[in-house]
Design a protein around this ligand. Sequence first.
Ligand code: DC
Length: 217
Amino acid sequence: MINIAIDGPSGAGKSTVAKEIAKRLNITYLDTGAMYRAFGLKALNMGIDPNDVDGVLSFLYKTVLEIKYEGGVQHVYLDGEDVSTAIREHKVSKAASDISKIKQVRETLVKEQQRIAGSNDVVLDGRDITTKVLPNSKNKFFLTASSDVRAKRRYDELISKGQTVDYETVLKDVIDRDYNDSHRAESPLTRTEDSVYIDSSDMTIEEVVQTIISNLK
Ligand code: DC
């Protein structure tokens, strides 16, 4: 069984790289951020502040979150509805980051991620994969890039999807979300000593993929 754990801040290229690795090794890719995004979206849809613990607990255990693979592509179903596109909206990013601070949300999702990783060859990306989800993985990576490069990538991605955003706002969001994700009490984003550190600022996707594959044990 192979488990590849990739952590890093948003926009570092984790999902692009993880998808490519999954394809080449013919293993499953699990985008854990999508699961936090789905809960963030649910809070927004219900008009509940994702920081409101009681409000979030009122729906957390009644929510059915399913990960399905259709043609090799991960789809996220929230209470039976495919929300794979909706969770990518700009406003959902902040809601996901906020809701991910709640201990019970993390416990619920980590358990599900461990269940998936326990029965499949997987590559997972997120913020707590190397520390909490797969602490015993032999294949840990910390993938990052400068905040400018990450904001530029996020900006290009949003524009290509037809969303209206300005670069300064995206940069500020990237910086705020980094702070949020690495300063929270529950499982903050940290780099473990046994993770291979990769700064992708000046690397191509192919170079990052090769670096990871060549480091696999
Ligand atoms: O990777 P992403 O941008 O789709 O993640 C959205 C948010 O979810 C991110 O700001 C922090 C949170 N997250 C987390 O806390 N733990 C993970 N394993 C993945 C994401």
